[in-house]
Design a protein around this ligand. Structure first.
Ligand code: HEC
Ligand code: HEC
Length: 431
C-alpha cells in the first residue's frame, strides 16, 4: 500500500556507518541533545506532513470518546444488569478500588466541598449515583432517577471509550482529577467489573476475573480463548497506517481509516453498541447489533480525528538523565539494532508501506496472541510516550523499561554491558 505518510527506508547499516558523522536536532529526535548534521529518516524525526485536522470534527470526536455509549445500555443494563450491581454494591471507594476514575471538573462545587469536609459517604453506592448523575465517572454513562422516597435509582448504564482509554491526573485525590484522554487506564480491572454481573455463569465469571488490572481480552467473546493484552494508549497514532498490536486496522478494511477499523470493532463487538462489524479475516466474523439503527458508523470519522489529535505525552522534567540518554540514543541505532524496526518519525517501520513482522519478531513472553488476530503478524509498537505506560509489550511481560532492555539484550544476544543497558533505558525514558 502506498500512503501519503510514507517515507523512504534507510538500511540500518547505513545508519550505523553514518553514525559517527551526524546527529540531529533536539525536536527531531526524542528529547535528547542536538549535534551537527541531520538525517531525515532517523527515528524520532518529525516530518510526516500530515493534513491538519478539522477542529470542529475533533471537538465532536472528544464528546463521542468521553460520553457516547452507542446504545450499549442494551448489553450493560438489559443483559449484564450492571445497573443493579452498581446501585446495590458499588460505592465510590469500591469504584476507585477497581480502577474507575472520577472527573473532578464535572463535580458541582457543592459536591467537591462536601467531599473535602468529609460530609459525603464514599462507602455508599448512593454517592456513586450522584457522581453518575453529574457524568463524573470516567467512561460510565448512567441515567439516574429519583425514587418517591428521595433515594436515587440507576435506571440504565452504559460504557464509553474513555472507560479503558482515559485516566485522571489525581489532582484532587487518588483516582480523582482532570481527565487525561487517550492515556490507558492501567489501574482499571475491566474483567473483574464484568465478572460482577449476575447474568454470567461461574466459569465465565472466573475467566473475566482472572485478567487483572490494566488487561482486557478483546477476542475472548469471539474465539473463547483467554489471553488478555494490556490496554494500550490511544494517543500518538496519527500517521500510522495500521492500528492495534497486530496491525488489524487499515484503510482497506475500514474506509474511514485504520483507527476507525478498530473503533468499530470495539464499539460493536466489545461494548455491544448498536452497529455492524464484519471481517472475513477473522473466520468471517459478523456481529450485528443494529436495532433498525446504526449508532456507530457515522461517529467514526470524528472519533478517529479526536484520537489523531492527541499526541503522546512528553516526559516530565528531570525524569531521565540527559547525558546517559544521549549515549543510549547511539546504542538504540547502533549496537542495540533497535532502529531496524523502531524507525522513522514514530519509532515504527509500519509507516514504511504498512510493514508488519512475523510472530518471532516479538520478544514478549506470550507470542500466541498474534494467531488470534486478523493479520497474524506484529506491528512494531510506536515508542513515543513509552515512559507513561508500563508494563510493556502486548502481554505486559516487562514491568519496566529496564526489563524491556534486558529482555532484548538476552533474546537478541546484544552483549550490552550493564552501563550500556542503563543508557539505553534512559534513552527510552526520553521519548
Ligand atoms: C474494555 C476496555 C476497552 C474499551 C472499552 C475500549 N478499548 Fe480500545 N483497546 C483495548 C485493548 C485491550 C486494546 C488492544 C487490542 C489489540 O491491539 O489487539 C485496544 C486497542 C485500541 C486502539 C489501538 C491502539 C494502537 O496502538 O493502534 C485504539 C485506537 C483504541 N483501542 C481505541 C478505542 C476506542 C475509540 C474505543 C471506544 C469505541 C475503545 N478503544 C474502547 C481496550 C478497550
Ligand atoms: C525485529 C523488530 C524489532 C526490533 C529489532 C526491536 N523491536 Fe521493540 N518491538 C517490536 C515489536 C514487534 C514490538 C511489539 C511486541 C509485543 O507487544 O509483543 C516491540 C515492542 C517494543 C517495546 C514495547 C512497546 C509497548 O508499547 O509496550 C519497547 C519499549 C521496545 N520494543 C523497545 C525496543 C528496543 C529498546 C529495541 C532494541 C534493543 C527494540 N525494541 C528492538 C519489534 C522490534
Amino acid at each position: 500500500m502506498k500512503t501519503k505518510f510514507q517515507i523512504s527506508p534507510v538500511p540500518t547499516l547505513l545508519l550505523i556507518a553514518a553514525f559517527g558523522f551526524f546527529s540531529c536536532n533536539k525536536s527531531d529526535f526524542g528529547h535528547v541533545p542536538p549535534g551537527p548534521g541531520d538525517l531525515s529518516t532517523l527515528p524520532g524525526k518529525t516530518s510526516l506532513n500530515l493534513p491538519k485536522l478539522d477542529p470542529a470534527l475533533v471537538e465532536q470526536g472528544k464528546q463521542i470518546f468521553r460520553y457516547e455509549t452507542f446504545g450499549d445500555e442494551t448489553f450493560w443494563t438489559d443483559q449484564l444488569q450492571m445497573n443493579q450491581v452498581i446501585q446495590t454494591a458499588v460505592s465510590p471507594n469500591t469504584a476507585l478500588a477497581v480502577g474507575l476514575k472520577v472527573d473532578a471538573a464535572a463535580l458541582p462545587a457543592a459536591v467537591v466541598d462536601a467531599i473535602k469536609r468529609g460530609a459525603v459517604d464514599l462507602n455508599d453506592p448512593q454517592t456513586t449515583l450522584v457522581l453518575l448523575q453529574n457524568n463524573a465517572v470516567v467512561g460510565v454513562k448512567g441515567q439516574v432517577r429519583k425514587n418517591a422516597d428521595g433515594s436515587l435509582k440507576l435506571e440504565r448504564v452504559g460504557i464509553t471509550c474513555a472507560l479503558c482509554h482515559s485516566t485522571v491526573d489525581n489532582s484532587f485525590a487518588k483516582g480523582i482529577g482532570n481527565r487525561l484522554d487517550a492515556w490507558p487506564n492501567r489501574d482499571l480491572n475491566p474483567g473483574l467489573i464484568i465478572s460482577l454481573s449476575p447474568a454470567l455463569d461461574a466459569a465465565t465469571k472466573a475467566t473475566y476475573a482472572s485478567w487483572g488490572p490494566g488487561f482486557y481480552d478483546p477476542r475472548f467473546n469471539h474465539d473463547g480463548l483467554s489471553d488478555p493484552t494490556v490496554i494500550p494508549p490511544a494517543y500518538g497514532l496519527y500517521g500510522l497506517p495500521k492500528s492495534t498490536f497486530t496491525g488489524d486496522g487499515d484503510i482497506q478494511h475500514e474506509p474511514v481509516g485504520p483507527v476507525a477499523y478498530w473503533n468499530r470493532y470495539v464499539a460493536v463487538t466489545q461494548m455491544h453498541g448498536h452497529g455492524y462489524f464484519a471481517d472475513p479475516r477473522l473466520n468471517n466474523w459478523v456481529v450485528d447489533y443494529r436495532q433498525g439503527d446504526d449508532l456507530v458508523s457515522d461517529k467514526l470519522p470524528a472519533l478517529q480525528a479526536y484520537e489523531y489529535s492527541i499526541s503522546a505525552p512528553t516526559p516530565p522534567a528531570n525524569s531521565f538523565d540527559f547525558a546517559s540518554a544521549a549515549r543510549g540514543k547511539i546504542l538504540f541505532i547502533g549496537k542495540g539494532h533497535c532502529a531496524t524496526c523502531h524507525s522513522g518519525p514514530l519509532f515504527t517501520d509500519v509507516i514504511d508501506g504498512g510493514k508488519l513482522h512475523p510472530q518471532s519478531a516479538s520478544v514478549a513472553l506470550d507470542k500466541e496472541y498474534v494467531n488470534r488476530t486478523a493479520t497474524k503478524l506484529w506491528r512494531v509498537s510506536p515508542l513515543r510516550g513509552i515512559w507513561q505506560h508500563p508494563p510493556y509489550f502486548h502481554d505486559g511481560s516487562a514491568k519496566t523499561l529496564d526489563e524491556v532492555v534486558s529482555r532484548y539484550n538476552q533474546v537478541n544476544k546484544l552483549k550490552l554491558s550493564a552501563s550500556e543497558m542503563a543508557d539505553l533505558t534512559e534513552y527510552l525514558k526520553s521519548l
